[in-house]
Design a protein around this ligand. Structure first.
Ligand SMILES: Cc1ncc(COP(=O)(O)O)c(C=O)c1O
Length: 377
């Protein structure tokens, strides 16, 4: 097994372009001195648009920044509610709190672990201003059902697609659904810009607002008057260069992850007391994470497996755990929780993300399976 210098097999490693390629790509911007929101950011945005089929792509400094800007761009009134899953990463909901919005946590489906449209419907209220479903571990949620719930209620649906670049739904690439979608390009993602995010939308006015919002809320004409409550959330040229090179490789990056995931699922998915995420036929995952769910019917419990693998030099992560509505910070902010969180609590108590990255070798994947089989078979 090739391990990192500390002798640890990490849960994730970014697959990066070579430094030479990055230097060649960024050279002209470097010379020009226009090192943020320059021509490489524009090329990156154009390639994201082409790849996702969305009319616009707006690059930002992180997915979290994008999630913070979207409610501003949509003018969601402070104090109103936005429905999100609790089985997600905290940033999905933290961005709402930064906007003075109230997250309403709903349950996930037992198989795909994505937001349950029926529970969303049950939790709509007079204060619901939007719905923000999540691509769980890279798998699209029930997009048609969720956008239909939003349409009937007359509210926007935007997607936290942080983990979903490279996924498809109904044969179409992630990025074209709802009012907009926002991707992460952090080092833990399939496509990385080192740090960064990108919002895709077909809505011209929304794209204009987002472009202003990421740059302090500037008036695009004079640049001096601030017309929106913006952020400093621009993407730098160096990040765009890494993102562009990484994006051009996305098919190969996803393919190799899906091969590792297939191997993991085959060897571990039917171990006694274990289960894996369901992949419906109408969609494909980007393969951002592979999560093994270890129930109390398994030979060892999830936390014991987590510790045993750590002792063997294999990093795993209880993910997503705790569910967001149970995290410390959410005990001191306004929120609402569905009275049906059974599947969220179960998934969160059983989930263990295993090492997965695009340049992982078959031997590494096989050795991890061997360890887990020894613990759980
Ligand atoms: C579902 C989800 N949303 C949001 C984020 C935040 O992304 P970023 O680190 O680019 O801000 C992440 C990052 O892991 C995520 O997994």
């Amino acid at each position: 097994m090739t391990q990192d210098p500390e002798g640890f097999l990490p849960i994730i490693r970014p697959t990066l372009p070579s430094l030479e390629e990055v230097a060649n790509t960024v050279r002209s911007s470097w010379r020009s001195g226009l090192v943020s929101l320059g021509s490489i950011v524009q090329s990156f945005e154009a390639e994201v648009s082409a790849r996702t089929g969305a009319r616009h792509a707006v690059a930002v400094s992180s997915c979290t920044a994008g999630l913070m800007l979207i409610p501003q761009a949509l003018d969601l009134p402070r104090g109103s509610e936005v429905i999100v899953p609790s089985f997600t990463f905290a940033a999905t909901a933290q961005a709402l709190v930064w906007n003075g919005l109230v997250p309403v946590f709903c349950d996930s489906l037992p198989g795909t672990c994505t937001l349950d449209p029926e529970d969303v419907e049950r939790n709509l209220s007079s204060k619901t201003a939007a719905i923000c479903p999540v691509y769980t571990f890279g798998l699209p949620p029930d997009i048609d059902e969720l956008t239909e719930v939003g349409r009937r209620k007359g509210i926007p649906v935007y997607f936290d697609t942080a983990q979903g670049l490279g996924a498809t739904y109904g044969g179409k690439p992630a990025g074209g659904s709802g009012i907009c979608e926002v991707f992460s390009l952090s080092p833990t993602k399939v496509v990385t810009a080192i740090e960064g995010g990108v919002i895709t939308t077909d809505d011209d006015a929304l794209a204009d607002r987002l472009r202003s919002l990421r740059d302090y809320g500037k008036d695009p004409e004079d640049g001096e008057d601030m017309i929106h409550l913006g952020l400093s959330a621009r993407m730098g040229e160096l990040n765009a260069a890494v993102g562009l090179l990484s994006l051009r490789n996305v098919d190969a990056l996803v393919k190799s992850r899906l091969e590792h995931i297939a191997r993991y699922r085959e060897r571990l998915g039917s171990l006694p007391g274990c289960w894996v995420q369901e992949f419906p036929e109408d969609r494909t995952t980007s393969g951002n994470y592979f999560v093994l769910f270890i129930t109390d019917r398994a030979r060892r419990d999830r936390d014991e497996v987590h510790r045993a693998l750590k002792a063997a030099g294999i990093q795993t992560k209880r993910y997503f755990f705790p569910p967001v509505h149970r995290q410390t910070v959410f005990q001191r902010v306004p929120m609402r929780v569905s009275d049906r969180m059974r599947h969220t609590m179960k998934a969160s108590g059983e989930a263990l993300a295993l090492p997965l990255y695009s340049h992982m070798t078959h031997e590494e994947c096989g050795a991890i399976c061997n360890h887990i089989e020894r613990l759980l078979a």
